[in-house]
Design a protein around this ligand. Structure first.
Ligand code: GLC
Length: 568
């Protein structure tokens, strides 16, 4: 089968099943909930769903600790429900992308349970083992990034007197990609999912699967006595792309499938991206990077524009970017990049950020709830937090002598739980997410922000209707998908201005956005609008048409987050 590159035209919706929709009252979302909401997703217009891991798992990291790569978590409904979902989604023209966690498994995975038993167990080399140092301590002094267990990236096993390696929780041992047997097993497992009908994979922390040749101690340790640089040492280790290439050739690139791959790749920039995304190298179809979206980092508007322009410039070499400003690992995009201080600004900034995401080149991803402008959820009690990073950071800060408030309040903004609280469906109990007790608290702003209410608002005030329109524009205007990209005003601190020009249809779309919470004067009308004064407003965050005076000379003041797409 020839590859159709369907993902270039796709709009992906990311579902964090646990928090999406519960139908059996156990407080966690389930597959039936997704089936129930397929018409909602269809109405929104998306045509692909990416599920974060829904395999059996002890849920130490909400599914990213996989206990059985061949199954579907019974708490979500099990394999039969999944098959039903797959066929119902396909019938609606919605593809399904599964999350593949190939860097680590759960310690409750059969592979690890076997591997730890003895040095000659057939599964032993599926994992990474190290001998104690002479004093019996860990093979090296790296921290695990969840700060759990004793904080080390190595955990001792009595059975064989060796340590196993884990960048994340001690419950998430890392897989050894030097093992031929592991590779073969993973390939065959992934082919099983493709044969079942899934349409591709999102590959979790895939650029960490190659480890450095040796594990050396690092300087500067945290309050638990371990060095935090370990994760970086395992990122983008030269040659990791060869491993992915091998996975690709044995799975999604096989000619009988038309499947897609999207890597999660921290540390990849537009400067080094060709190593992984040059189509001729047959590594990944696309990836998402952390140059813009990063939990703890703030980014200036100038940097945002520079980074987007850098990725767009790779498109002539066949690179296909991903566009997103939020996911299950990030704060809510409106709270982070937009403005949730008033209702008006929340709605307008949510619409503006959506407009930018959809008009920039590449495939957009919506994270559940962003289509109604959901915002961060802050808890005062650490017990209400589930995110391993937040809990780990908090414990470490307490150990370093901080009070409860000092330890928690500054880190709440970066908590991954901001995005993981339940989807807000309506104004009934628990926002319509569950009849039972939700596994994590529901944001108590749900009488004000919920899908039912948002969709009932006039078009100019609804975030959902705005997304819907942007998605349909993707279908109606070829420049949105295929257009060349030209950035204007790169050094302006308020405006994002660019064109998308489709050489085939000659369509030119001009985007002008005040991406800030201040009213701002557009310093100049971009050249394409001046030279071709006829323009049609395709969409705007205010609901109004764009107006410029005839000679384009007088300054035009934009409201905060006022933005337009013009066809010129
Ligand atoms: C990825 C996932 C994140 C998870 C981590 C470890 O970054 O997106 O949720 O905690 O990998 O699997």
């Amino acid at each position: 089968m020839a590859r159709t590159y369907w993902w270039k035209e796709a709009v992906i919706y990311e579902i964090y099943m646990k928090s999406f929709k519960d139908t059996d009252g156990d407080g966690i979302g389930d597959i039936r909930g997704v089936i129930e909401k397929l018409p909602y997703l269809k109405e929104l217009g998306i045509n692909c769903i990416w599920f974060t891991p829904i395999y059996p798992s002890p849920q130490v990291d909400n599914g990213y600790d996989v206990a059985d790569y061949y199954g579907i978590n019974e708490a979500y409904g099990g394999m039969d429900a999944f098959k039903e979902l797959l066929s119902k989604a396909h019938a609606l023209g919605i593809r399904i992308v599964m999350d593949m966690v190939l860097n680590h498994s759960s310690d409750e995975c059969l592979w690890f349970k076997e591997a730890r038993k003895s040095k000659d167990n057939p599964y032993r080399d599926y994992y990474i083992w190290g001998d104690p140092k002479e004093d019996g301590s860990e093979p090296c002094n790296w921290a695990n990034c969840f700060n759990d267990g004793n904080g080390s990236a190595w955990t001792y096993t009595e059975e064989t007197g060796q340590y196993y390696f884990h960048n994340y929780s001690y419950k998430m041992p890392e897989l050894n990609w030097k093992s031929e047997k592991l590779r073969e097993e993973v390939y065959s497992m992934m082919r099983g999912w493709l044969a079942l009908g899934v349409d591709g994979f999102r590959l979790d922390v895939i650029n960490r699967i190659k480890k450095p040749d040796a594990f050396h101690d690092l300087e500067s340790v945290n309050s638990l006595g371990y060095a935090e640089g370990g994760k970086k040492q395992c990122s983008n280790v030269p040659g990791f792309e060869d491993i992915i290439h091998d996975i690709a050739e044995n799975t999604w690139l096989l000619p009988q499938y038309d499947a897609f791959s999207m890597g999660e790749c921290g540390g990849v920039t537009s400067e080094n991206a060709l190593r992984y995304l040059d189509p001729e190298k047959r590594v990944l179809d696309t990836l998402y990077h952390f140059e813009i979206v990063s939990r703890k980092k703030e980014i200036s508007l100038r940097d945002y524009k520079r980074i987007e322009a850098g990725w767009a410039s790779l498109m002539e070499k066949g690179v296909w970017p991903i566009q997103h400003l939020g996911n299950h690992d990030q704060p809510r995009l409106v709270s982070k990049f937009g403005d949730d201080s008033t209702e008006e600004l929340r709605i307008r900034s949510a619409r503006c950020l959506a407009l930018l995401t959809y008009m920039m080149p590449g495939t957009p991803i919506i994270y559940q709830g962003d289509e109604i402008g959901m915002v961060n959820t802050y808890f005062d009690n650490i017990k209400d937090y589930n995110d391993r990073y937040t809990v780990g950071d908090y414990m470490e800060r307490r150990k370093a002598g901080m009070t409860h408030a000092e330890a928690l309040f500054p880190i709440r903004m970066a908590s991954r739980d901001n995005a993981r609280t339940p989807m807000l469906w309506d104004s009934s109990k628990n926002a319509g997410f569950t009849e039972g007790t939700p596994w994590i608290k529901v944001n108590n702003n749900y009488p004000r922000i919920n899908a039912e209410l948002d969709r009932s608002k006039p078009e100019a005030e609804s975030v959902f209707r705005f997304y819907q329109k942007l998605i349909s524009m993707r279908k109606e205007h070829p420049a949105v998908i295929n257009g060349d990209f030209t950035m204007y005003l790169p050094d302006d601190d308020h405006f994002v201005v660019f064109t998308r020009h489709d050489p085939q249809s000659h369509e030119i779309l001009l985007v002008i956005a005040n991406a800030s919470s201040e009213a701002a004067v557009l310093p100049e009308i971009p050249e394409p609008a001046v030279s071709q004064k006829n323009h049609e407003t395709l969409i705007s965050t205010t609901g109004n048409d764009f107006e410029i005076d005839k000679d384009c000379s007088s300054p035009r003041t934009f409201l905060p987050w006022e933005a337009y797409v013009l066809k010129i």
